[in-house]
Design a protein around this ligand. Structure first.
Ligand code: SAM
Ligand code: SF4
Ligand code: FES
Length: 349
């Protein structure tokens, strides 16, 4: 089958076989251009020209897990750890609102210092202070906790399954279970959150076949938001000598998922912008419609080191906001107004 025919099928049926996805992932030259152009057109048709900004608040760098790729893993004794207190988190959320953000993303390592009650209290305080959507990105919890966070006012949840290859998952996530992660994602969806999930591109040992399977799993989980980023080796982790993930495969995965879930929200990730100075721009031109600038103080930004060389690490939140707005405008797009709920979620509701 030719790439052109596969793209036509994707646009009409929103589903592809694994082999068809693999052909798209390997597309080069004119075929690759056509994939990106088609994804950009579908993005425009289904979610428009608005790019929504999310204010990212990384509130704790402690983590009980030991993911092989991540600088926050518990075995990294050199990692700098911090925890923001409740009022401080609420203050940063208010500041984000004043800067124009209408969604805040509360992200952390898996840090059980914040229990059900403290997280619910943070969510409630933010919700009663400012009119923002709250996205949680705090990892695996119990059904009961996810339910309590939703009842307290959380709107969305981001958690990547990282890789759909269970053997690789086991290897890189000691003490964790792929089955449990998927179970959590299903609970989150059933509880009525807008569900965000996705995967890492370029984990050592990952094949094109695995990536195609990852794409199909995002489709199967019926994600409302899709987070895909290249793996970047961190010097204080077991994967320090591994090769970084491919920007090209990241862009192609974004483009393919735009065709398979046309009305989803898809960010151009910070990791993409870290590996390629124009990475976020390229992501926005092949299917992405979201950017997530960090709104934290510099003193915390520097300590939340998932991988080295993170962009914006020395820039204050106001400067990042201005910078990203000019990037959006330079691409002929507009900064989104309002909370920017996923249209996929709206349609399903
Ligand atoms: N602890 C929560 C979790 O794992 O879902 C949320 C925070 S975690 C730092 C957010 C994401 O960072 C992970 O899903 C992972 O894909 C990404 N990440 C971690 N280390 C990375 C690395 N070295 N390169 C690229 N992305 C990385
Ligand atoms: Fe912890 Fe998330 Fe990093 Fe894994 S990816 S070590 S769960 S912060
Ligand atoms: Fe942070 Fe450009 S978005 S400096």
């Amino acid at each position: 089958m030719k790439v052109k025919d596969i793209l036509e099928k994707a646009c009409h049926e929103n589903i592809l076989t694994k082999d068809e996805i693999k052909l798209l992932l390997m597309a080069e030259g004119d075929d690759r251009d056509l994939l990106f152009k088609t994804a950009d057109r579908v993005r425009k048709e289904h979610v428009g020209d608005e790019v929504f900004l999310r204010g990212l608040i990384e509130f704790s760098s402690y983590c009980k897990n030991d993911c092989f790729y991540c600088g926050l893993r518990r075995s990294n004794r050199q990692a700098q750890r911090y925890r923001m207190q409740e009022d401080e988190i609420v203050e940063v959320a208010k500041r984000a609102y004043q800067m124009g953000y209408r969604t805040v993303v509360l992200q952390s390592g898996e840090d059980m210092y914040y229990n059900k009650d403290s997280l619910c209290s943070i969510i409630r305080k933010i919700k009663s202070s400012v009119d923002v959507a709250i996205t949680l990105s705090i990892g695996e919890r119990s059904y009961d906790e996810y339910k309590a966070f939703k009842d307290a006012g959380a709107d969305r949840f981001l958690m990547r399954f990282e890789t759909s290859n269970e053997k690789l998952y086991r290897k890189y996530h000691p003490g964790m279970s792929f089955e449990n992660r998927i179970e959590c994602l299903k609970w989150i969806k059933n509880l009525g959150y807008e569900l965000g999930t996705g995967f890492l591109i370029g984990l050592p040992g990952q094949t094109i076949d695995d990536l195609a399977q990852d794409i199909l799993l995002v489709k199967e989980l019926d994600a409302d938001m899709i987070g895909i980023g290249p793996f970047i080796p961190h010097p204080q982790t077991p994967l320090k000598d591994a090769e970084e993930g491919s920007v090209d495969l990241t862009l192609k995965s974004i483009a393919i998922l735009r065709l398979l879930i046309p009305d989803a929200n898809i960010p151009a990730t910070t990791a993409l912008g870290t590996l390629d100075p124009l990475g976020r721009q390229k992501g926005l031109m092949c299917g992405a419609n979201i950017v997530m600038p960090n709104v934290n103080d510099l003193k915390y930004k520097l300590k939340y080191e998932l991988y080295p060389g993170k962009i914006c690490i020395n820039e204050d939140a106001t400067k990042c906001r201005g910078c990203i707005e000019s990037i959006i405008v330079s691409l002929g797009r507009k900064v989104g107004h309002g909370k920017g709920q996923s249209r996929h979620y709206k349609r399903a509701a």
